[in-house]
Write a protein that binds this ligand. Structure first.
Ligand code: NDP
Length: 339
C-alpha cells in the first residue's frame, strides 16, 4: 500500500480508449481516481462525466487555462498522436505528472519537446506502453535475461490490422499524416519495436526498412512497413506492421539454446499463449493476465506517490520516435540508417 493516494487524474480525449478502457481501469485500480474529463466538446465532456461519475467536465481550452487544476494531480493524455505535445506542455506548466499514450508524439522532434517540457516543469512523464506491465511479456523478458534460451540472438514481432477490410472510416485521424505522424508504424508497429527493446534490454544502433505506400485515401502514409533494428551486441529485431494485413500479432525471441514465442501479445487485455521451444521439446503455457491497464495506472501512481523511478519514461518513448523517424528515412532512401 502507498500512503497519500489516490492520484487524481484529468483524462484528456474521450474517444474509444479513454472512456472504454482507461477510465474503467482507473476505477478498478487501488491508487487512482478520475476527477476530471477533458474533451473538444463541452456537452460530450459533461455526458461522459455524468456517465462515469466524474466531478469535473472541461474543454481543452478550459484545461489550457488551468481551470479546476486543484481537482487533479496527474494528466492522462489520450488524444491523437500529434495532439499530445500541447497537452503535455500544459500539464508541465501546471506542475502535473503525465501518463501519455503511445506513441509519445508524431515524430522525434515533437517527442523530444514533450520530454523537455516535463523536465523543465519538474514533473514525471511516462509513455503508456502496456507491454511493460503485461505479465507474459515481463516473464519472457525475465527468463530471456536469465539465459533460459542461451544468448538472445534475434527478436521478431508483428502487429497488423486490416482497417480497409474492416470498413473503417477513411477520414479518421489515424489516416491523417498531420495528426498521426505515420501509418501503421506509429499506431501498431511501435509495439513490436518497443517490446524488442524492452525484452532485449537494449537500444538499436541502426535500422533498415521497406515501406509500401497506401491507397490515395491514406494521404501518402504507408499501408505496410517491415523494419530491421540492429542492436549493439549483434542482436537483430525484425518487425512488421500493416493496415491491409489481417491478424498478425506475435512476438518471439530466438537464442543460442531455444526460442520463446508469445501469441496475441499486443491486443489490450487479450489471453496470451507462451510457447518455449528448447532441446527439441515444446512447452505451451496459457497465461492468465491481470488487467495490464489497471497495472499500468497503479504502477504510474506508485511512482508519483513514492520516489520510485517510472519506466518507460519520456526519454524511452522519445527513443522510439527517433527510431520511427529513421525507419521512414530508410523507407524513402532504401538505405541503412544509423541512429
Ligand atoms: P479515438 O479516435 O477513438 O479518439 C481520439 C479522441 O481524441 C477523439 O474522440 C477526440 O475526443 C479527441 N480529439 C481531439 N482532437 C481531435 C482531432 N482533431 N481529431 C480526432 N480526434 C480528436 O482514438 P483512440 O482513443 O483509439 O486513441 C487515442 C490515443 O491513444 C492515440 O495516441 C493512440 O495511439 C492511443 N491508443 C493507445 C492504446 C493502447 O493500447 N495503449 C489503444 C488505443 C489507442 P474528444 O471529442 O473528447 O475531444
Amino acid at each position: 500500500p502507498v500512503d497519500g493516494g489516490p492520484v487524481r487524474f484529468a483524462v484528456l480525449g474521450l474517444g474509444w480508449f479513454a472512456p472504454d478502457v482507461a477510465i474503467p481501469a482507473i476505477e478498478e485500480s487501488d491508487y487512482c481516481e478520475t476527477t476530471v474529463v477533458v474533451s473538444g466538446g463541452r456537452e460530450k465532456a459533461e455526458r461522459v462525466a455524468e456517465e462515469k461519475g466524474v466531478a469535473h467536465a472541461l474543454t481543452y481550452d478550459d484545461y489550457a487555462d488551468g481551470e479546476a487544476s486543484d481537482a487533479y494531480d496527474a494528466v492522462y493524455v489520450c488524444t491523437p498522436n500529434a495532439l499530445h505535445l500541447p497537452h503535455v506542455e500544459t500539464a508541465a506548466e501546471l506542475g502535473k505528472d503525465v501518463l501519455c499514450e503511445k506513441p509519445l508524439e508524431a515524430n522525434g522532434e515533437r517527442a523530444r519537446k514533450c520530454v523537455e517540457a516535463c523536465e523543465a516543469g519538474g514533473v514525471e512523464l511516462m509513455t503508456a506502453y502496456r507491454m511493460h506491465t503485461t505479465r507474459s511479456i515481463r516473464w519472457v523478458r525475465d527468463v530471456v535475461q536469465d539465459g533460459a534460451i542461451g544468448d538472445p540472438v534475434h527478436a521478431r514481432g508483428a502487429f497488423s490490422y486490416n482497417l480497409i477490410a474492416a470498413g473503417e472510416d477513411m477520414d479518421q485521424w489515424r489516416l491523417n499524416p498531420d495528426l498521426a505522424g505515420g501509418g501503421p508504424l506509429m499506431d501498431l508497429g511501435v509495439y513490436p519495436m518497443n517490446t524488442s527493446r524492452f525484452v532485449l534490454d537494449a537500444d538499436p544502433e541502426a535500422v533498415h526498412a521497406t515501406t509500401v505506400e497506401g491507397p490515395p485515401e491514406f494521404d501518402g502514409l504507408e499501408k505496410y512497413v517491415a523494419f530491421t533494428m540492429e542492436f549493439p551486441d549483434g542482436q537483430v529485431a525484425e518487425c512488421d506492421s500493416g493496415y491491409e494485413v489481417a491478424g498478425d500479432n506475435y512476438f518471439e525471441v530466438g537464442g543460442t539454446h531455444g526460442r520463446i514465442r508469445v501469441d496475441v501479445p499486443f491486443n489490450v487485455d487479450a489471453d496470451r499463449t507462451i510457447t518455449v521451444s528448447k532441446g527439441g521439446e515444446e512447452q505451451v503455457v496459457e497465461v492468465e493476465e491481470p488487467s495490464e491497464m489497471v497495472e499500468e495506472f497503479d504502477y504510474f501512481a506508485t511512482g508519483v506517490l513514492t520516489d520510485m523511478e517510472i519506466e518507460p519514461d519520456g526519454r524511452h518513448g522519445y527513443e522510439d520516435m527517433r527510431i520511427a523517424d529513421a525507419i521512414y528515412e530508410s523507407g524513402e532512401s532504401g538505405g541503412r540508417i544509423e541512429l
